[in-house]
Design a protein around this ligand. Structure first.
Ligand code: HEC
Length: 132
């Protein structure tokens, strides 16, 4: 996945700008990188807000902020050991469900059904919200 991530970003060595132009463009590159990966420990990963909650409650009216917070913690605990955590907004909810299923079936990630649902619910709520 590291390889795949890198392939989505422009490589500095491919660029042929004068140094002054490169300095101006670098923040733009970092902005792109931020879209795809959140640091492994979960710093920068959004904490559930009332906006995320209203997204989640469209599918599950009983959901609480505590449920979303548990999903965030599980995402950090269960999904950050092999690779950096992806920004929840980088995938749409159905893609998240697919990735979680793949991690379980192909990468041997062990999750209880309630845990994978908590993780999905958190990722889908953040992904589906307009702002972070
Ligand atoms: C045991 C190690 C391991 C754990 C734990 C793990 N993954 Fe992965 N993950 C991988 C590997 C290896 C790949 C690259 C192969 C692939 O894409 O199937 C990957 C790829 C991915 C990708 C695709 C990345 C991309 O840029 O296309 C996503 C999204 C992802 N994982 C999400 C998760 C989530 C969510 C969890 C927690 C439920 C998780 N991973 C836990 C090993 C792991």
């Amino acid at each position: 996945m590291k390889h795949e991530l890198r392939s989505k970003l422009p490589r500095l060595s491919d660029w042929n700008f004068p140094a002054s132009a490169r300095a101006k463009s670098l923040p733009a590159v970092l902005g792109v990188a931020h879209l795809f990966v959140v640091v492994a420990c979960g710093a920068g990963l959004p904490h559930p807000s009332s906006q995320h909650l209203s997204v989640a409650q469209k599918s599950e009216p009983q959901v609480s902020l505590g449920d979303l917070d548990r999903g965030r913690s599980l995402y950090v605990a269960k999904c950050g050991s092999c690779h950096a955590l992806r920004d929840p907004k980088s995938l749409a909810p159905p893609q998240w469900q697919h990735e979680i299923d793949e991690m379980e079936s192909k990468q041997g990630v062990h999750l209880k059904p309630a845990e994978s649902h908590d993780i999905f619910r958190y990722l889908a709520a953040v992904s589906g919200a307009e702002k972070r």
